[in-house]
Design a protein around this ligand. Structure first.
Ligand code: NAP
Length: 332
């Protein structure tokens, strides 16, 4: 019997703490056990992928390894009644691309409990324009819009040109919210206004009042993707009963704050963890993204590369230089 081969990015530790990436041929029998074998058509690049691809042991413990926390494709074999060969599916998060061979390979094999049927309203490529970044934006927007109506006031989105940030701007603007975007990229204004942002402020303007416990309450809600001083200032400037979501730490994992925004203004800080999101909630978020929340500018939000083109994109995202999303065409 011939064993099926496929192309994948492989990250190897060449000597202690020195990693190298290559595009290599692997065989399907090297994949981990799992009920569903999926031929990957599209993947996408997230900040976490860049960490895994550069040897970050907080994300990936064992190398050699194929990163890629996102994949969409077609079921080729299934030992689960829930999925049949030919089904179009999405897999994001859980352990995919962390310590399980990921979407930067043309095949993945995963437990059926990680697999989401492609919802009506999305094609496989569009699902990866969202990917984990869009799914996380969707979770953040759902947490915020559940409690803050669009007429309550302005919403601040930080790290606004990044994957989670740009999709949060697009989703919120599409739902009728007035969005102020924080960006470190001076040239980003046309991109962000094109997504529907009403105002753009610099990172410096977003970190005023570091020595004060509270600032004038101007935000009805905040979607934060960066942490650190920017998140702290955003919380201090959130108005009564405002909702702040927090998902990332590209600026810093620290949060220099007092309890005053919470006990004097009733501000809520909601943690967003897409990796362990329960399947019922996961499907609900995907339904929103595929349906009434789907941004009209979705395709403008991404650039397309193949595995060969990923190298420079990985360096760019590590340096905070990405704008929007990068989708990876896997069927070439
Ligand atoms: N909790 C979860 O489930 C979850 C899921 C997905 C992602 N995340 C996390 O969310 C964060 C964003 O992910 P992503 O995929 O959107 O990354 P990304 O595409 O690289 O976007 C991050 C953006 O943050 C801004 N930024 C970068 N460095 C910064 C700094 N030093 N200070 C302030 N802003 C900075 C940049 O936007 P501007 O230039 O426009 O400012 C950058 O484009 C990461 O920490 C990621 O690990 C968490």
């Amino acid at each position: 019997m011939t064993v099926k081969t496929y192309t994948a990015m492989v990250v190897e530790e060449m000597e202690k703490n020195h990693f190298s990436r290559s595009i290599t041929t692997k065989t399907v029998d090297q994949l981990p056990d799992g009920e569903v074998l999926i031929k990957v058509c599209w993947s996408s690049l997230n900040y976490k992928d860049a960490l895994s691809a550069s040897g970050n042991r907080g994300v990936t413990k064992k190398y050699p390894h194929t990163p890629g926390i996102d994949a969409s494709g077609v079921v080729e074999e299934s030992r689960s009644d829930a999925f049949q060969p030919g089904d179009k599916v999405i897999v994001t998060s859980y352990d995919l691309g962390m310590n399980t061979s990921g979407g930067f390979g043309q095949y993945i094999r995963v437990p059926a409990s990680w697999v989401v049927p492609l919802p009506a309203g999305l094609d496989l490529r569009e699902s990866m324009i969202f990917g984990t970044a869009g799914f996380t934006a969707g979770m953040s927007v759902m947490a915020l819009t559940d409690s803050v109506p669009a007429d309550r006031g302005e919403i601040l989105v930080t790290g606004a040109t990044g994957g989670v940030g740009s999709l949060s701007v697009a989703l919120l603007a599409g739902l009728g919210y007035s969005v102020t975007a924080v960006s470190g990229k001076k040239e980003a204004e046309p991109f962000l206004t094109g997504l529907g942002a009403k105002k753009i402020i610099s990172r410096d303007d977003a970190t005023v009042g570091q020595d004060r416990p509270l600032l004038k309450g101007i935000w009805a809600g905040v979607v934060d993707t960066v942490g650190g001083e920017i998140l702290a200032s955003a919380i201090k400037a959130t108005d009564l009963r405002g909702i702040v979501t927090c998902c990332g730490n590209v600026a810093s994992p620290d949060l220099p704050l007092t309890v005053f925004p919470f006990i004097l203004r009733g501000v809520s800080l909601i943690g967003i963890d897409s990796q362990n999101c329960p399947m019922e909630h996961r499907r609900k978020v995907w339904q929103h993204l595929a349906g009434e929340w789907k941004p009209t500018q979705l395709s403008d939000l991404c650039r397309e590369v193949t595995l060969d083109g990923l190298e420079s994109e990985i360096e760019k995202i590590l340096g905070g230089g990405q704008t929007g999303r990068v989708v990876v065409r896997m069927d070439t």
